[in-house]
Design a protein around this ligand. Structure first.
Ligand code: FAD
Length: 514
């Protein structure tokens, strides 16, 4: 039987949960979430959440740092909203009982992270996302107006006469159901699983971007994928993130001769932006023919273990002492700057469809995200989208045109998730070029065509459930990366190593052909 509700939210990370709380006064809210409600990128976030609360800080300074990291492509209006609404959002979390680390005088303790000019990152040691998720989740479960369906994977958006009227999903028994709603919010998070090496959990397969694109929504900036430089790189151990806050507290990248090498590549040294650190690590590893390491051996061991308890434990399980041993690290796909294009209130180009959090492209991150701005984005734009969802008739419009993309006729075998992830890692990853990207686009386009149902929708997810979503998102990333003939932010092409403002200080956007 089909269900009806006023508001449908797909995803239970920071964006979805915060939006649900903001919507509950306006009508019935249903949250669909594809695994356990706590399984999300939010739950894994370590370092913290940025907000201009320190005595030497201001929203103007936070804006400046964010825009500088975005390498010429941030939307300053969106960043203004992020940093100003963000202060309110974080204060509210504190009022709601978020157990962030405190100084002796009770003020929140602020950490420094890469490309932030001052200490501005609130944190719950190295498990900040889990704490934010806990605070929001406890309020959601107490609110009887919000219904949560877990193990419920949205498989397509229902679109009629150009308006979204809900979603189809597969319940835990494998039954396909539909849920109709006056307004639908995509809060499905990121797409790290598109790559073989990633910090993201298994749920981060880019379903929101794939569903929105198939439903006719505009997607933008997908070439900008952030690769986190420091991921634990031990054979057989999970690719566990080693937060940037480690370097903020003094950890250094060293080579096999124990030489701290970052200053040779970047004036900001170990605290340069993520893409720069990641590429310097790759160059150093190539130069020395050996892995690179993160070293905290020169810091106070007791401080290291108490400041980073989860990381110390995971390193311990891999046979390494975080406070004493060189920790082998390498880059992995971490964060998607682009996504479903929205205005400042989460509206997409499809009536009744909204997006917030990592799935959305609001313009706050431009070509590269400043560390600890993404939990903040979910918090801020989750609320703004919720308010706009009570007036679902409007859509967003853009001055720049999008490329209209046809889907090729089906031909050849369907892909596996592993094949997509491997191709993306090799040919559309941290270091790209025209030849690799063109080959990836051709292959992914063929895979997309055979993955879709005859009516052009996503297949019912059975067997290799995620392959179709991964192929669509991978295809859109590779297409955008091939089109952008320059290097900027997180997008680096060896055949176009310079930034080219004359031709490329603009966004790359796609929309599906009817
Ligand atoms: C290891 C790690 C560390 C990080 N550290 C930080 C940090 O310190 N600071 C910071 O600001 N950011 C950090 N980030 C990024 C940040 O965590 C995310 O960008 C942010 O939490 C995204 O929130 P969200 O609500 O948009 O999505 P998510 O938290 O990813 O939630 C998405 C939700 O959608 C659900 N979903 C997905 N597809 C479907 C579907 N088809 N049907 C139903 N449900 C679906 C998922 O199950 C999940 O519940 C980190 C990310 C990772 C992976």
């Amino acid at each position: 039987m089909n269900a009806h509700g006023d508001f449908l939210i797909i995803g239970s990370g920071v964006a979805g949960l915060r939006a649900a709380l903001a919507l509950a006064d306006a009508g019935t809210v249903t949250i669909l979430t594809k695994a356990e409600p706590t399984e999300s990128n939010t739950g894994y976030a370590q370092g913290g959440i940025a907000a201009a609360l320190g005595p030497d800080d201001s929203t103007d300074l936070h804006l400046q740092d964010t825009v500088a990291a975005g390498d010429g492509l941030c939307d300053p209006d969106a960043v203004r909203v992020l940093v100003e609404d963000g202060v309110r959002g974080v204060r509210e979390l504190l009022e709601w009982g978020a157990a962030f680390a405190r100084e002796a005088d009770g003020r929140p303790s602020l950490a420094r992270e890469g490309a932030h000019s001052v200490r501005r990152v609130l944190h719950a040691h190295d498990a900040t996302g889990r704490e934010i998720g806990r605070v929001l989740w406890e309020r959601v479960v107490r609110d009887r107006r919000i219904r949560v369906l877990d193990d419920a994977r949205a498989s397509s958006l229902l679109v009629e006469r150009g308006a979204c009227r809900g979603a189809a999903y597969v319940d835990r028994a494998g039954v396909i159901r539909e849920i109709e709603a006056g307004a639908t919010l995509l809060a499905t998070g990121g797409a790290g699983q598109v790559y073989r090496e990633t910090t993201n959990p298994a749920v981060a397969t880019g379903d929101g971007v794939a569903m929105a694109f198939l439903a006719g929504a505009r997607v933008a900036d997908l070439e900008f994928v952030q690769f986190h430089p420091t991921v634990l790189s031990v054979e057989g151990a999970p690719r566990f993130l080693l937060t940037e806050a480690l370097r903020g507290e003094g950890a250094r990248l060293i080579n096999r001769d124990h030489e701290a090498f970052m200053a040779r590549y970047e004036t900001a040294g170990d605290l340069a932006s993520r893409d720069r650190v990641a590429r310097a690590m790759v160059r150093e590893a190539e130069r020395t023919g050996s892995p690179v390491y993160l070293s905290l051996a020169h810091l106070d061991a007791a401080f290291v273990r108490s400041r980073f308890p989860t990381i110390a434990q995971v390193c311990g399980e891999a046979g390494l002492d975080l406070a004493a041993d060189p920790i082998p690290v390498s880059p992995a796909a971490h964060y998607m700057m682009g996504g479903v294009a929205t205005d400042l209130d989460g509206r997409t180009s499809v009536r009744g469809l909204f997006a917030a959090g990592e799935v959305a492209c609001t313009g706050v991150h431009g070509a590269n995200r400043l560390a600890s701005n993404s939990l903040l984005e979910g918090l801020v734009f989750g609320v703004r989208a919720a308010h706009a969802m009570t007036r679902p008739a409007q859509t967003a419009v853009w001055a720049e045109t999008a490329e209209v993309v046809p889907i090729a006729p089906p031909e050849g075998p369907a892909p596996s998730s592993a094949a997509v992830r491997d191709l993306m890692w090799r040919q559309a990853g941290l270091v790209r070029d025209r030849v690799g990207l063109a080959g990836a686009v051709q292959q992914l386009q063929a895979w997309v065509a055979v993955s879709l149902r005859p009516d052009g929708g996503l297949p019912v997810p059975t067997g290799d459930r995620e392959a179709a979503s991964l192929a669509i998102v991978g295809w859109l990333i590779a297409r955008a990366a091939l089109r952008r003939e320059e290097s900027r932010g997180a997008h680096f092409r060896t055949d176009r190593p310079e930034r080219d403002d004359i031709h490329w200080r603009r966004h790359v956007a796609d929309v599906r052909a009817d």
